[in-house]
Ligand binder design. Sequence first.
Ligand code: NDP
Ligand code: 2IT
Length: 444
Amino acid sequence: MSYTQEIYEKVVAKNPNEPEYLQAVKEVLDSLQVVIDQNEETYRKAGLLERIVEPERIISFRVPWVDDEGKVQVNRGFRVQYNSAIGPYKGGLRLHPSVNQSILKFLGFEQVFKNSLTGLPMGGGKGGSDFDPKGKSDREVMAFCQSFMTELYKYIGKDEDVPAGDIGVGGREIGFLYGQYKRLTGLYEGVLTGKGLTYGGSLVRTEATGYGLIYILKEMLDDAGIELAGKTAVVTGSGNVAIYAVQKLQSYGAKVVAMCDSTGYVCDPDGIKLDIIKDIKEVKRGRISEYAARVPGAVYQDGRGIWNIPCDIYLPCATQNELGLEGAKVLVANGVVAVAEGANMPTTREATDYLKAQGVLFMPGKAANAGGVATSGLEMSQNSLRLSWTREEVDERLHNIMRDIYAKVSDAAKRYGVAGDFVAGANIAGFEKVANAMMAQGIV
Ligand code: NDP
Ligand code: 2IT
């Protein structure tokens, strides 16, 4: 049995109840087989794969807080410190009722390779809680964030572990978390990224994941001789990543006809009006159905199925496994040319394999959504320098990083004889740097 298959079987036996984690590990190991084959003895001797699939540390803790009725609520908090071979742990915090250890392990594992692709010195980590920010008052969110940080602060630091946002964690939550860290430690340091501009945040960090997604999408389309201007796109979700992906797509002359949230989707054949989406989601924290009530000609549909809206470009930007085989078949039947993942692992393995087999250009999340963490890395650099770069400077660095990621991913796929397979390319190129650092640092 090959080393990669052997490791996968061990991971399955040890983690039978962690489907998302197993899915992420399987995809990476399948891609790495061609690389491992060339150096199997060396890697086996060093136990490299056994070590790379196992998080360095998982911290799990109780988060008690008091709601607006005076009742005590208890949530479960986590930080998965996955791999620190190439830098301090780095990765977001997710607040969503679905959060559990499997989801955070898959996200932390993906983050290791994603951060490596950025070229910046960042290891991988992820954290969060099953707290649901929906419908909570600002005071309740603050009470939760302060309690969460009262435990987490022991394990993080600017050179140790630097969390940021993810689903359910935006500027408001980062502000509360930062304030509590500072109060507990007395340190004014870049321990979190995604901070507000008045207290150490970076210009363009808010927009970075969405912008980066479109920068790399454009690289992929250019390379294939396909024009982005004039194309029809569907962008799923309506949160941080989706909103700024839509903004950048529109600036390149593409037309976005549909977006969604967890309750349903809106289709606007005239093109989504982003100022209205931003008002509903960023200001009022409301539901996307309100869009149809405000925009004549727009139609709201309850439930899933946004993939039924015909498009050339489909960008899943909501959550894991949102696009399955059934949706992928509809996309192909409607003539989709490119899929790029703004979210982490939004396409199931079956759907990914189908899209690739049908010749759809497919850019996986590790590469496609790396612009967010890359700009977090730039925020860390600015904090260390005690300087703030201009919007143009940060945006240009982000753009260059995304161009560089495309080149690395495309080149790795070519080197291993699978040109155009960007899933393999991203996994291989991300792995190479981490593996090299781990081999150099001995058995730790
Ligand atoms: P937000 O919380 O800002 O938005 C999330 C969006 O996805 C909302 O529209 C939400 O709908 C929808 N969504 C969330 N969970 C589900 C679910 N279980 N089913 C259906 N829809 C859901 O998060 P982000 O935009 O920051 O994150 C979106 C994705 O991008 C995630 O996969 C995240 O890991 C990834 N990502 C984020 C980065 C960042 O910098 N923020 C960087 C790289 C990747 P509703 O409001 O109804 O819950
Ligand atoms: O999935 C991700 O890359 C993020 N949520 C961003 C992480 C970060 O540290 O900016």
